[in-house]
Ligand binder design. Structure first.
Ligand SMILES: [Fe+2]
Length: 370
């Protein structure tokens, strides 16, 4: 009985969506409801072939923009700290920076390379998919105006993002360790590295003068280590949050298939940041404390798997989950741009850049499953 009710609702909403003319794809995508042998397609198959709604396109376009931004910042990390090869070309590496990154893990350069390649693939795929649906892909090339690092190893090209004046929000560290709070239920979280969120610090060497003394370049590598986790936890929340507004099943599949790769990145970086050595940067006083010194779980470095916490309502038992996953709880597109802006990623960008990004974000957050 319940099944029938659901089917009726489903077909009604599908009809109304077709009638409203939300389709942006070719006409061929609609009405292809028969198999070659004349038998009707299962409802789900027909739905998958239906064109995208405006909301679906808005979500994909925002995600394309987010992936372009991620690709740009990861490219900068890879040029100086990763592996430059045919998969991720550009730059020639900075030995002192790589040496400091390797303190966090012997495989840091490989992981930086792979994360970079992943973001480029996300960007290229989503834009190609948009084009295949006759929707506009996203291109932010006109905003590639920010300067490159002057340090040996970096390309000298225009950038979309700025990795040299970051204020890294490290509250994700305590957020994923809390057993009693969830941002979707109003929770707030202490910074793991208070100094890092309070000033403006480079996550890549800005010039060759940043390559020494040892605790300065190590502080830059530590900053990168915590920034990697910050960026990828953002993607981990963004995809499941926006997925709730998707209508087309194929678009949902795209979000459900890309989103967890952001989480696999986060899990890796979450682990590596815990190996960042405690130190004080002698050039600016930035302190990386010993996160295990307190003995409390809120900063314990090996608690890299999400602690179970409250979800949906406090009446339910705690559960291990991604958090946040609600637009109102800071998981959405507008919140992501706001957070990236506070991070310092866009310092030096134009008003037009912010206007374009904020419009894409607002349209994505406004998408409703229907
Ligand atoms: Fe990505």
């Amino acid at each position: 009985m319940e099944h029938n009710v659901r089917q009726t609702k489903h077909s009604t909403s599908r009809r109304s969506f077709l009638r409203k003319g939300f389709a942006v794809g070719g006409a061929g995508a609609i009405g292809a409801g028969l198999l070659a042998n004349g038998l009707p397609l299962p409802a789900f198959a027909e739905e998958r072939r239906a064109s995208l709604t405006r909301g679906d396109v808005a979500i994909l376009r925002f995600l394309a923009a987010a992936e372009i931004l991620e690709s740009d910042l990861w490219q900068q990390y890879n040029e100086l700290g990763g592996i430059q090869d045919s998969e991720v070309p550009g730059g020639s590496g900075s030995k002192p920076y790589i040496k400091a990154l390797l303190v966090l893990d012997g495989d840091m350069s490989q992981y930086i390379h792979d994360n970079t390649e992943d973001e480029f693939s996300h960007m290229a795929f989503i834009n190609a998919y948009l084009a295949s649906q006759s929707a506009d892909p996203v291109n932010l090339d006109k905003f590639r105006t920010l300067p490159s690092s002057k340090a040996r190893g970096a390309q000298n090209i225009g950038r979309l993002t700025n990795l040299m004046q970051l204020s890294v929000d490290t509250s994700y560290w305590t957020r994923y360790r809390s057993r009693t709070q969830n941002p979707d239920l109003g929770g707030t979280f202490a910074q793991a590295i208070p100094g890092l969120s309070a000033g403006k610090f480079p996550a890549i060497p800005r010039h060759n003068g940043d390559l020494a003394p040892a605790n300065h370049i190590q502080a830059i590598a530590n900053t990168a280590g915590f920034h990697f986790g910050y960026i990828e936890q953002g993607g981990s929340s963004l995809y499941p949050t926006l997925a709730q507004g998707v209508t087309n099943l194929e678009v949902l599949r795209i979000l459900l298939s890309i989103g967890p790769t952001e989480t696999s990145h986060f899990q890796t970086w979450h682990d590596k940041a815990g190996n960042a050595p405690a130190l004080t940067d002698p050039t600016n006083g930035l302190v990386f404390p010993d996160l295990n010194a307190s003995g409390g779980e809120d900063t314990q470095t090996n608690l890299i798997m999400p602690e179970p916490t409250v979800f949906l309502s406090r009446k339910f038992p705690v559960v291990s989950i991604i958090r946040p996953t609600e637009i109102a709880g800071s998981g959405g597109a507008v919140a992501t741009i706001k957070s990236f802006t506070a991070d310092g990623l866009f310092i030096g960008q134009s008003q037009e850049f912010f206007a374009v990004l904020n419009q894409l974000a607002a349209q994505a957050d406004a998408a409703r499953r229907g």
